[in-house]
Design a protein around this ligand. Sequence first.
Ligand code: ZN
Length: 143
Amino acid sequence: MFYSDEFIAREIIMDHISSPRNIGKEHQNYLSSQLKNPSCGDTVTVYVLLDNNSVKDITYDIEGCSICKSSMSMASGLLKGSTLEKSKEVIAEFNKMVTGEEYNEDILEDAASLYGVVKFPPRIKCATLGYKAFEEAIKGNSI
Ligand code: ZN
């Protein structure tokens, strides 16, 4: 229940907004995908470098609201260095959390701090945009 403490969750989210992790421009040989969330005005472009079914690096360009930005920052930290299998697991747990299903907080680490999004359905798209862009970028490279 560490991450679902409201105060701690807020601190984690604020930290990712003020110090976003892994922001960066496109690099050679990276897979990429741009997705928009017109209902909020969020745009994210994710760049992924794969190496033997693992995410060797992930960077992104982002314009959007604080939920979108903090979620992308948390996602990048979780996905970087993970296997594609693990990344699928992470995304599945995140989707469960924001849609109100039982989820595994330990797998989500900092991303578990966004549990409050479940109470604001219009913001679910903001929180999941980065994960969707990642999935789109690696499409065709599944395990
Ligand atoms: Zn948004």
